[in-house]
Design a protein around this ligand. Structure first.
Ligand code: NAD
Length: 475
């Protein structure tokens, strides 16, 4: 396994390249540093054919056989964590220690999910018959992954899909293809040929995949706008779908919190990965009684926060991952300035062509300002005052999104009551950004469709089959 060699795609267990390459940009420099093959319809067809051909033998291995292979695949990542992390930082931008964390978490996820299983369930057992419910694989799964957590979110799909007996064609984001391509290369000797295929491509490859009749399911993580297009395309032949989409998550801070410690945790939950996290706090509702001290503590943290090239020691926050997103975040910030909003800027960012944005707080903007109403997906956090619990819950829920939310309070009973009223798939109390391979994750409203992780997530990669088995009647 050579991390320095050019990246190739993996189809039917073999290295595949194409006549056309596309650049991969390092967001800390704005310059290309690698190139990957551009797949079109021919490579997609070959990948789907390979995945179809691999299906019967992979299915026949059963849960235990597949588990054994997947545990070996997880173990194979461990000696290469540093090489993957260096590649991750160069393509995604996140500081090296955090990049390493994502690679390790990906390997852990694969191991943990591989130990899961969906047993047959007996739903009726009488003298006349036994009725059992089985969970068969669906077939070939298309996995479409975004650029903000390119390694972990790929694993959220790979692990349950393959464990359940499906085969896969994965398409990484055009902005972050390298780690996915290298992972498939690493696994060429471990997974049977065709079980896991990876193809890289430009903007037209996603729609080609969702339209391809060879897929039984599309597992998609990305924006709500694209998710709607995926759902529409899937409807043509009723492909199964799991959609993990955007969010504009609200956190509610009650007046009884310990300000210094909570301000630190709020800051971490809002700005990790330079706020390019689907479940980051994106609207922070703070009770009047603690508004100023929390705002000032968070502003002080922003003024200390080191934004820069993730490959450099001491950098805490990397760049925005790509130029398009950078332009969007800067436009939101300029819009806030033009609106005359109070902007509390963090420490200055490095000059040059990197896509750096300072950590920024907006002091109590109106609820309908674009910095509140839209998913920024960048380090601009609106802080919003409230005084009444019913009113703040209504404001938190007044969104088309419903991914996650948080309540911060020393009164756990009241926090649980508020959590119950939030219209989101996940709510944390005195915490944020938590998830686990055994914990179901789903978006409410326009934040998603279906579930990832946990047994519910695993079930989404299976077709339910009910078998009626008659019993021999005594003469
Ligand atoms: P995106 O929707 O632009 O792209 C996601 C993926 O879809 C990419 O691989 C892209 O190439 C592909 N794609 C683009 N157009 C397509 C089409 N018409 N058909 C099929 N595939 C297509 O999203 P992004 O900018 O990469 O990621 C950021 C968004 O993802 C944010 O909105 C964020 O909240 C969301 N996100 C959600 C979760 C979650 O679990 N809910 C996790 C991470 C990111």
């Amino acid at each position: 396994m050579n991390f320095a060699s050019a990246c190739t795609m993996t189809i039917a267990g073999r290295a595949v390249t194409t006549g056309r390459l596309m650049d991969v940009i390092n967001p800390a420099t704005g310059k290309p540093f690698a190139a990957v093959p551009v797949a079109g319809a021919d490579e997609l067809n070959a990948a789907v054919d390979a995945a179809q051909a691999a299906l019967p033998a992979w299915k026949a291995l059963g849960w235990d056989g597949r588990r054994e292979v997947l545990l070996r695949a997880a173990k194979a990542i461990e000696p290469h964590v540093d090489e993957f992390a260096a590649l991750f930082t160069a393509e995604q931008g996140r500081p090296l220690d955090q990049a390493k964390g994502e690679i390790q978490l990906g390997a852990y996820w694969l191991k943990a999910v591989s130990r899961q299983q969906l047993d047959d369930e007996v739903v009726e057992d009488t003298d006349a018959r036994r009725v059992i419910v089985r969970h068969d694989p669906l077939g070939v799964v298309a996995a479409i992954v975004p650029w903000n957590f390119p390694f972990l979110l790929a694993m959220w799909k790979i692990a349950p899909a393959l464990l359940a007996g499906n085969t896969m064609v994965l398409k990484p984001s055009p902005f972050t293809p390298l780690c996915s391509l290298k992972l498939a290369e690493l696994w060429r000797d471990i997974l049977p040929a065709g079980v896991y295929n990876v193809i890289s491509g430009e903007n037209d490859l996603g729609p080609l995949m969702t339209a391809h009749p060879g897929f039984a399911k599309i597992s998609f993580t990305g924006s709500t706008a694209t998710g709607k297009r995926v759902m529409e395309a899937a409807s043509r032949d009723l492909k199964r779908i799991t959609l993990e989409l955007g969010g504009n998550d609200a956190a509610i801070v009650m007046p009884d919190v310990d300000v210094p410690s909570v301000a630190q945790k709020l800051f971490a939950g809002a700005f990790y990965n330079s706020a390019q996290v689907c479940i980051a706090t994106k609207r922070l509702y703070i009770h009047n009684d603690v508004y100023e001290p929390i705002r000032d503590a968070m502003h002080a943290l922003a003024q200390q926060a080191v934004v820069g090239d993730g490959a450099q020691q001491g950098v805490q926050f990397g760049p925005i991952q790509n130029r398009m997103q950078y332009d969007r975040v800067i436009a939101l910030l300029n819009g806030a300035r033009e609106q005359g909003l109070t902007i509390l800027e963090g420490r200055a960012v490095p000059p040059g062509d990197g896509y750096f944005v300072p950590i920024t707080l907006i002091d109590n903007p109106p609820e309908d300002a674009p910095v509140v109403a839209e998913e920024a997906f960048g380090p601009i956090l609106p802080l919003l005052r409230f005084s009444d619990v019913d009113e703040v819950i209504a404001r938190a829920n007044a969104s088309e999104y419903g991914l996650a939310g948080a309540v911060w309070s020393d009164d756990i009973d009241q926090a649980v009551e508020i959590a119950g009223r939030m219209e989101t798939g996940t709510v944390w109390i005195n915490d944020n950004l938590q998830s686990g391979p055994h914990i179901p994750f789903a978006g409410a409203k326009q934040s998603g469709f279906g579930v990832e992780n946990g047994k519910d997530g695993l079930r989404e990669y299976t077709a339910l089959k009910t078998v009626f088995i008659p019993k021999k009647q005594a003469d």
